[in-house]
Design a binder for this molecule. Structure first.
Ligand code: PMP
Length: 443
């Protein structure tokens, strides 16, 4: 019997003092129903809750942990840094070392700047592209998420298809109250995996667009890979229009390969932004790109500040992480790929055997189970129209009771790490079969 009484009690206490009982809506009742599980700690592929239950964790802190939980190399680096000065806010050698590593791993990166979160890094990038080009507008894709700041906080969550407007001119839909008035006036929203849509947007705004901003793999609408050749073609198109291309690798950076989507798909972006997987659980983000553009940040140009930028403890974690991911011919990354692919295949088989309509979509270590009768999901509109998010949530929550932890949001995804073993895949597929074949789930 899966007892979670202590989580329920703690949630009661949390609601008294924390809005929705936590620090982000995605960790609260909107996703988790009556109460979320309160976790006490984790190691490798396993996470433990307050009642002593252990789970195979496929959420991995929303993708912050490509090496798994409490990797000993990262833990040692953090402990050493913590005991000798967590943050100095001065010049440090480790800052240079991590920047050099990023430059060496990621094609096209000549200069680097550190920030703390994916949101912050993308905020700086957007200011930079505007400052550098002197143009006001950015093109953003439907269903892509680049952080919770105003100018990109549109069309990033699933919506009823009737609300989206026509595909050729999507309605820009803000995701929050309280945005600065006019914050989205210079944000042009277009469908992804559709070159004509970008071409039309750039032709209608000649000389006004600073950059096209894209995720490399759509990772905030389940997992939707780029169509073959799409990203290099987007690069050519933006070049033809003399517009910068920004690649948001917050999710994919250092996970999909040491050089991320830049390397895997040959994107050739002008600027690239990293977060999550860079700091191995510590809040470290970075952006980088061509020196000529990055130099616009130099004093007196485009301003980017931050007391916590380049925290020493975070950079030591990042250095240990990047070393571990790229050492030995990137064996750790390849291991996570194999695990992710085996898990995706196993879950697809479980769906098929149970006769439950659905697809498991993924790229290597990233995957999502989509309950749909529509076959493959290839863009945001497909997702909004055809994915049953409520059914997915029931599926994920039922897995908790069988020792498997993952995101309950259909719009997020599962993440395999280097710490997952074949046994984790087997046990998870077994648990998924039990849930899918249970009459109560089918009902
Ligand atoms: N960009 C992408 C592609 C993301 O997925 C996220 C977070 N899910 C962000 C930016 C924002 O990162 P953070 O939550 O660290 O601010």
């Amino acid at each position: 019997m899966h007892a979670t009484d202590r989580s329920r009690e703690l949630f009661g206490r949390a609601l008294d003092v924390l809005v929705e009982g936590g620090s982000s809506p995605s960790r609260g009742p909107a996703n988790y129903g009556d109460y979320p599980l309160f976790m006490t700690g984790a190691s490798g592929s396993r996470i433990r809750d307050e009642d002593g239950n252990e789970y195979i964790d496929w959420m991995m802190a929303y993708g912050c942990l490509p090496l798994g939980h409490a990797d000993p190399r990262v833990a040692e680096a953090v402990a050493n840094a913590a005991s000798s000065g967590a943050h100095l806010a001065t010049a440090t050698e480790v800052e240079v070392e991590v920047a050099e590593r990023i430059r060496d791993l990621v094609p096209g990166v000549e200069k680097v700047r550190f920030a703390n979160t994916g949101t912050e890094s993308m905020m700086a990038v957007l200011r930079l592209v505007r400052g550098y080009t002197g143009r006001p507008k950015i093109v953003k894709f439907e269903g892509h998420y680049h952080g919770w700041h105003d100018e990109v906080l549109a069309n990033c969550h699933p919506k009823p298809p009737g609300a989206l407007g026509h595909r050729r001119s999507p309605i820009t839909i803000p995701e929050s109250s309280g945005l600065v008035r006019g914050a989205l006036d210079d944000t042009i929203v277009v469908p992804w995996n559709d070159l004509d849509a970008v071409d039309r947007a750039l032709r209608s705004n000649p000389g006004r667009v600073a950059a096209v901003v894209t995720e490399g793999i759509m990772a905030n609408m389940g997992v939707i890979p780029p169509e073959s050749g799409y990203l290099p073609a987007l690069r050519r198109l933006t070049r033809e229009h003399d517009v910068l291309l920004v690649l948001d690798e917050t999710v994919t950076g250092f996970r999909i390969g040491p050089g991320g989507c830049q390397e895997r798909y040959g994107v050739g972006a002008d600027l690239v932004s990293f977060g999550k997987g860079l700091g191995a659980g510590l809040p470290v983000a970075a952006f980088g790109g061509r020196a000529g553009i990055m130099e616009a940040l130099a004093w007196g140009g485009v301003l980017h500040y931050g007391t916590q930028n380049g925290s020493r403890i975070g950079l030591h974690a990042a250095l240990a992480n990047l070393r571990a991911l790229s050492d030995d011919g990137s064996a750790a990354v390849r291991g996570a790929w194999d695990t992710g692919e085996a898990l995706a295949a196993g879950l697809q088989e479980a769906l098929d055997d149970a006769g439950v309509p659905g697809v498991v979509q993924g790229v290597g270590p990233m995957l999502q189970v989509m309950f749909t009768e529509a076959g493959r999901i290839s863009d945001y509109r497909d997702f909004c129209g055809h994915v049953d998010g409520e059914r997915y949530r029931r599926f994920a929550l039922a897995l908790f009771g069988r020792g498997v932890y993952t995101t309950p949001s259909a719009a997020l995804h599962w993440m395999a790490s280097a710490a997952h073993a074949p046994e984790d895949v087997e046990r998870t597929v077994e648990a998924a079969r039990e849930v899918l074949e249970d009459g109560a789930f089918a009902a």
